[in-house]
Design a protein around this ligand. Structure first.
Ligand code: KIV
Ligand code: ZN
Length: 503
């Protein structure tokens, strides 16, 4: 296979090595959905399954071969004719089929797994490749447990399987044992000591038992491998496989490595969520690239630096991985700058509010919360009426409402503005309408109520209600929010909140 020397082929094994995880099994339609998403992502090879392992796996390889046309479809086998026959049959409809066959390469596996010798294993490896080559042109050979194999024997094995027709040679660190420099040196050793290595692509396949899968894969690529085997979200047996999104983003971020892939990284967030949901495998919040907190800044110092110049604390653009924007998480450690950022985002004009006062109340609220501050929390801060949110805004000092059957709803209200108190009384078709009419009669400006919604925050009859109001004044719209266990009071606060934005 001829290829651009800087191009790294991405071999996705989410549906084979990833799917081996207990509890992660997928139905064939689910696998097809993921395979279609992997095709859109731009992977070069999809390992669709291990056909001899079960009729379901066989069928999945058949159906994926029909559904996906651009990437190579690969089927796994052990080094025997039965496995290879099953893979050949399952790949019947694949436009670009590949058989992935192999055998143990470490002395540990040769002795204790195969009860065999190096010579016999070598023979079996060559025979399997030759047999598979009769049916399919593209043959990948894996030297299982290559991470712990003797390099000289590994080189001998790789040279023999390339001579037998292997187009790709996979050097798995099956047990996630290697250190990056050991694994990198192993790949370099093969580059330098396998005479026919230029006739095949070296593939890296690393497991994450020591948390080194991505580092090891990169060490392999830097030393000459040009295919990386990985899974979405790094799922896989035990501690998992190399995470596709990690290795691709390292190559994208570090241009100096001079390596590129065909991956459209903007799909990462969506495909990660799809795989996590279908495989019932939650993604840890601090997971690199696609974790919920991967672009969330929560400490005050970082937030301030980020808001001044995003590159201060951001090495990747969240949009590049399909996340709309970086998150500034509000906690008790956030500074004024972060709070101001969120107030502006929610439509508040900073010049018009007492930021210091709001910030003090924010800290009290944040100290009492174990989770991050939400938008509703901020709106509550701005409208709970304990303090003036607006420097020169109207403040509610008194509200009394009379209503029931057969009374005409009537509201008495006292508002303070610039230190001056004014009182009014008005009736209406209900208590909220009466309250708004009373406010209007004090303010005297032309205000049109355009939207009004009440929402119970938790759901019970003793719950805090949130009122959202939209008003218009001189052709412009303003929204306001109010919170209270009393819906009439919440409505008054929401109305004043909206009004104070232009008063
Ligand atoms: O980890 C491993 O060695 C494997 C092979 C079957 C390729 O998954
Ligand atoms: Zn594996």
């Amino acid at each position: 296979m001829l290829h651009d020397p800087n191009r790294v082929y991405v071999f996705d094994t989410t549906l084979r090595d990833g799917e081996q995880v207990p509890g992660c099994q997928l139905s064939t339609p689910e696998k097809i959905e993921i395979a279609i998403a992997l095709e859109a992502l731009g992977v070069d090879v999809i390992e669709a399954g291990f056909p001899i392992s079960s009729p379901g796996d066989f069928q999945s390889v058949v159906e994926l071969s029909k559904a996906v046309k651009e990437p190579t479809i690969c089927a796994l086998t052990r080094a025997n004719t039965g496995d290879i026959d099953a893979a050949v049959a399952a790949l019947k409809y694949a436009k670009h089929p590949r058989i992935h066959t192999g055998i143990g390469s470490s002395d540990m596996h040769i002795k204790y797994k195969f009860n065999s010798t190096r010579e016999q294993i070598l023979e079996r490896a060559v025979a399997a490749v030759k047999y598979a080559k009769k049916f399919v042109e593209d043959i990948e050979f894996y030297a299982e447990d290559a991470g712990r194999a003797d390099n000289a024997f590994l080189a001998q094995m790789i040279e023999a399987v390339i001579a037998a027709g292997a187009t790709v040679v996979n050097i798995p660190d099956t047990n996630g044992y290697c250190l990056p420099d050991q694994y990198g040196s192993k790949i370099l050793y093969l580059k330098e000591n396998v005479k026919n290595i230029d006739q095949a692509i070296i593939s890296v396949h690393c497991h994450n038992d020591l948390g080194l899968a991505t580092a090891n894969s990169l060490a392999g690529l830097v030393n000459g491998a040009r295919q990386v085997e990985c899974t979405i979200n790094g799922i896989g047996e035990r501690a998992g496989n190399t995470a596709l999104e990690e290795v691709v983003m390292v190559l994208k971020t570090h241009h100096a490595l001079g390596l590129n892939t065909n991956i459209n990284t903007k799909h990462f967030s969506d495909i990660s969520r799809m795989v996590s949901k279908m495989m019932r495998m939650p993604v840890q919040p601090n997971k690199a690239i696609i974790g919920q907190n991967a672009f969330a800044h929560s400490s005050g110092i970082h937030q301030d630096g980020f808001l001044k110049h995003r590159e201060n604390y951001e090495i990747m653009n969240p949009e590049d991985v399909g996340i709309n924007s970086a998150d500034i998480i509000l906690t008790a450690r956030s500074g004024r700058h972060a709070l101001k950022h969120h107030l502006e985002r929610l439509g508040y004009e900073i010049e018009r509010i007492n930021l210091d006062q709001i910030y003090e109340r924010f800290l009290v609220m944040a100290d009492g919360k174990t989770t991050a501050i939400t938008d509703d929390d901020i709106l509550f801060l701005m409208t709970d009426g304990k303090e003036e949110s607006y420097k020169n805004g109207y403040k509610l000092n008194l509200l009394q409402v009379l209503c029931g059957d057969p009374l005409t709803p009537t509201a008495s209200i006292r508002l303070e503005h610039n230190g001056v108190e004014k009182e009014a009384m008005a009736s209406g078709n209900g208590p909220v309408n009466a309250t708004i009419n009373a406010i209007q009669s004090i303010v005297g400006t032309d205000i049109l109520l355009k939207e009004f919604t009440i929402q119970a925050v938790q759901g019970g009859s003793d719950d805090v209600s949130k009122v959202n109001i939209k008003i218009s004044h001189e052709g412009k719209s303003y929204v306001g929010h109010g919170f209270s266990t009393d819906i009439v009071k919440a409505s008054a606060h929401a109305y004043l909140d909206a009004m104070n934005k232009f008063m």
